[in-house]
Design a protein around this ligand. Structure first.
Ligand code: ADP
Ligand code: ADP
Ligand code: ZN
Length: 206
C-alpha cells in the first residue's frame, strides 16, 4: 500500500507513539500526534482556556482546537498515521469530512498493564522519543539515546491523572471503536506483547 492513511487507536499507554513511529518510518509517511502538537502549544490562550488546563487533569482538549490542528497537518502531507485522534465520536465524524482513511488499527492492552507502562514512561523533551524505566531503558541513565537530552516524566503520567485518562478513554473513546468496528479496514491488534511482536502483527495487516 502506497502512502496509506492510517488511524491508530488505543488507550493511554497502549503503545501508539511507539508503533506510530515504526509505521511512519516503514511507509515513509507523516506521524501526526495530537498529544505532541498540544504539548507544544500547551500555553496557547484560546476562548476555551489553554490546552494545559485540560491535559493536566487528563481531560480531552475541546474538539475545535484539536480538529483544527489535525486538519492543518493532514493538508500538508499525503499519507499519515494519526496517533491519538480521533478520541471521541464527534472527532471521528469530523475526520470523515476531511480525509478518507484506509486502515484503522486498535491497539488493545489491559488497564493493569497500561498503568505500569504510563507510570514508568519517560520522554525526551527535545525530540519526543519515549522510554520506559523497566521495559525500554535508555543506554545512558536518564539521557535520550537519540539526542542526549535529559529525560523527563510527563506531568499527566502521575497516578491520579492516569486513572482519569483511563476513565476518559472508556467514556469517550470506546464509542469511536464502535464507530469504526464494522467498517472495512478496521483491525484489533493485541498490544500486550513486546514491541517487536506488536509491530509484526501490525505489519501483517498490510
Ligand atoms: P501511547 O502513545 O499509546 O501512550 P507509548 O508508545 O508512549 O504509548 O508507550 C507507553 C509506555 O510504554 C512507554 O514508556 C513505552 O516505552 C512503553 N511501551 C510501549 N510499547 C510497549 C510494549 N509493547 N511493551 C512494554 N512497554 C511498552
Ligand atoms: P496518551 O496516548 O499517552 O494518553 P497523548 O499524548 O496522546 O497521550 O495525549 C495527552 C493528552 O493530550 C490527553 O490526555 C488529552 O488531554 C490531550 N489530547 C491528545 N489528543 C487529543 C484529542 N484527539 N482530543 C482531545 N484531547 C487530546
Ligand atoms: Zn531526544
Amino acid at each position: 500500500m502506497k502512502s496509506p492513511k492510517i488511524v491508530l487507536l488505543g488507550p493511554p499507554g497502549a503503545g501508539k507513539g511507539t508503533q506510530g513511529s515504526l509505521i511512519s518510518g516503514y511507509f515513509e509517511i507523516a506521524h501526526i500526534t495530537t498529544g505532541n502538537a498540544l504539548r507544544i502549544n500547551r500555553d496557547l490562550k484560546t476562548e476555551y482556556g489553554t490546552p494545559r488546563s485540560y491535559m493536566d487533569r487528563g481531560e480531552l482538549v475541546p474538539d475545535s482546537i484539536v480538529n483544527e490542528i489535525v486538519e492543518v497537518e493532514i493538508k500538508k502531507v499525503g499519507g499519515f498515521v494519526l496517533d491519538g485522534y480521533p478520541r471521541n465520536k464527534e472527532q471521528a465524524e469530523y475526520l470523515s469530512t476531511i480525509a478518507e482513511i484506509d486502515k484503522v488499527i486498535y491497539l488493545h492492552v489491559a488497564n493493569e498493564e497500561l498503568i505500569k507502562r504510563l507510570s514508568g514512561r519517560r520522554v525526551c523533551p527535545s525530540c519526543s522519543e519515549n522510554y520506559h524505566i523497566e521495559f525500554r531503558p535508555p543506554v545512558r541513565n536518564g539521557k535520550c539515546d537519540s539526542c542526549g537530552d535529559k529525560l523527563i516524566q510527563r506531568s499527566d503520567d502521575e497516578k491520579d491523572t492516569i486513572l482519569n485518562r483511563l476513565r476518559v478513554f472508556s467514556e469517550y473513546t470506546k464509542p469511536v471503536l464502535e464507530y469504526y468496528n464494522n467498517r472495512e479496514g478496521f483491525t484489533k491488534v493485541e498490544g500486550r506483547d513486546n514491541p517487536e511482536d506488536v509491530w509484526e502483527s501490525i505489519r501483517n495487516i498490510f
